[in-house]
Design a protein around this ligand. Structure first.
Ligand code: NAP
Ligand code: MG
Length: 492
């Protein structure tokens, strides 16, 4: 079959009208030419003398030079965090710690447009999402944990909660600022200090965040940011004076980290990959479910650990769901992340685009049927069309491996038991979605799905009060909620 016949011709575009460009003003952000490391409250040159260029994945345009921290730099950052922990932060009155967190939350809200634009520029995600999801939820995390800072005794009665010390935190590129907030807010609320390493492709909002720390008057060394690549992360993991490692990223690196901290006193939480089942029963409100399927897999270009990347549809409604889904896919607007109408932005890096392309090719080779809407893609930058695979067997790589891109694999089931069996037939266990009108069925399913989060008649909802985390190869430990405090406290 020719490429044209396969892609985008199965359903006619429902609307011939196009949207006029609606770009968000980019001049609200001014990046510095160069960003050093943020250590002990100051911006310092890397002792390594190494710098690299960070780009916009939508245009491949250079945005700024960023320092690469090597072993010695990581060591200085950990020392700064240790000093801050011993000399003030851990013994500060909890109500005072809360004030700093409240301030950070408020400043993030005040500067949210600037941060949203910076995030979209550096990560490729649509401004609609950075503006309406990443920024408000990041601020909400600081507000939420600020509230806990002076109530730890009530969260854990009779258990004498105390901070761990220095936390090494390693975060990925899919939600750069949000993952920073998930890590830093609970750590600080509990009285720890941190050294955080952003992903090398998306360091800019973490570096802008150092300015928020200064604005909030946060004591030097409480938050330290070391930029660099995987080696920088590995140095942080292996540093002997780090008390806790919190990691979000791939299962492969997570396993590596687990091996590295085995036998040490370091505490560890791992938030790894996923291959979530989004399960649609024949009694579901179908149009609502279609929106949930679209949101589940195309939100943030599918670069989401809890993405609903396996769609399980009850056989009796299969044809109907696929027809509606394809029709809806034709309306997705792919393109400039800074355009307010954009639904699907750029893939974060060339490397990630190659990974997605390779996995999609494997799906076609293994015999699945591909559908992509006919949308045009920009010429420069890293782009991938929203994709759906039908005719997928459970054994295919596209049904087993995390693609981390806008690619949905569709499977079918007949009975609730079969749905559970197929949903759980994965090495992962991070999230799942259930679409049905029956409350009893939702509860029945939720009890049986081996997933840390189960959404019912919705998908990709996040709230700081709600714990998030996985089973099996999706990792362990919970972030968010009261559970999220526990990862940063000791009780001995
Ligand atoms: P990754 O390598 O696991 O990156 C996550 C973080 O760990 C980044 O800050 C990374 O630094 C750092 N890192 C890399 N190697 C390390 C090491 N040996 N020790 C300590 N830290 C290390 O993920 P990726 O390569 O960006 O993406 C690969 C795949 O992972 C994706 O296709 C996706 O399937 C999955 N992933 C999952 C999540 C999630 O939220 N669960 C997030 C991202 C990716 P650099 O980025 O600077 O290399
Ligand atoms: Mg990697």
């Amino acid at each position: 079959m020719s490429d044209v016949a396969k892609r985008g011709t199965a359903v006619p575009a429902p609307l011939a009208w196009d949207y006029a460009p609606a770009p968000e003003a980019r001049d609200i952000v001014s990046f510095e030419a160069r960003y050093g490391l943020y250590i002990g409250g100051e911006v310092v040159e890397p002792r390594s003398g190494e710098w690299y260029s960070t780009i916009s994945p939508a245009t491949e345009e250079h945005l700024a030079e960023v320092a690469t921290a090597r072993t010695e730099d990581v060591d200085v950052a950990v020392q700064a965090a240790r000093d801050a922990f011993e000399n003030g932060w851990s013994s500060l009155r909890p109500g005072e710690r809360a004030k700093y967190l409240f301030r950070i939350a408020r400043i993030l809200l005040e500067r949210s447009r600037e941060f949203a634009v910076a995030e979209s520029l550096n990560s490729g995600k649509p401004i609609k999402e950075s503006r309406d999801v990443d920024l408000p939820i990041s601020a909400a995390h600081f507000f939420y944990y600020a509230g806990w800072a002076d109530k730890l005794e009530y969260a854990f009665p009779n258990r004498s909660p105390r901070p761990l010390g220095v936390a090494g935190q390693i975060i990925p590129w899919n939600f750069p600022l949000l993952m920073l907030a998930w890590k830093i807010a609970p750590a600080l609320a509990c009285g720890n200090t941190v050294v955080l390493k952003p992903s090398h492709t998306t360091p800019l909002t973490a570096l802008l965040f150092t300015d928020v720390c200064r604005q909030a008057g946060l004591p030097p060394g409480v938050v330290n940011i070391v930029t660099g690549d995987g080696r920088t992360g590995a140095d942080l993991v292996r540093h002997p004076d780090v008390d806790k490692i919190a990691f979000t990223g791939s299962t492969e690196v997570g396993k590596d980290i687990q091996r590295a901290v085995a036998g040490t006193r370091k505490r560890l939480t791992l938030e790894l990959g996923g291959k979530a089942a989004n399960i649609v029963f024949d009694d579901a409100a179908l149009d609502q479910a279609i929106e949930g399927i679209i949101n589940g897999i195309y939100f943030n270009q599918g670069e989401v650990c809890c993405a609903g990347s396996r769609l399980l549809v009850q056989e009796s409604i299969y044809e109907q769901v696929i027809a509606k889904l394809k029709r809806r896919m034709e309306t997705l607007r792919v393109g400039d992340p800074l355009d307010k109408n954009t639904d699907v932005g750029a893939i974060n890096s060339r490397e990630q685009l190659e990974r997605i392309t390779e996995l999609v090719a494997s799906g076609e080779e293994e015999g699945a049927e591909i559908f992509q809407p006919s949308c045009a893609l920009p010429e420069r930058g890293f782009w991938f069309r929203p994709t759906v695979f039908t005719n997928v067997a459970q054994s295919y790589r596209i049904a087993q491996e995390e693609i981390f891109g806008p690619v949905l694999s569709v499977l079918t089931f007949r009975t609730p038991d079969e749905a559970v069996e197929k949903a759980n037939n994965t090495a992962y266990g991070l999230s799942a979605g259930v679409w049905t009108e029956k409350g009893s069925r939702i509860l029945w399913m939720a009890e049986r799905l081996r997933a840390g989060v189960v959404w019912a008649n919705t998908f990709n909802r996040f709230d700081p009060a709600s714990p998030f985390g996985g089973y099996k190869e999706s990792g362990f430990g919970r972030e968010g909620g009261r559970h999220g405090l526990e990862a940063y406290l000791r009780f001995d």
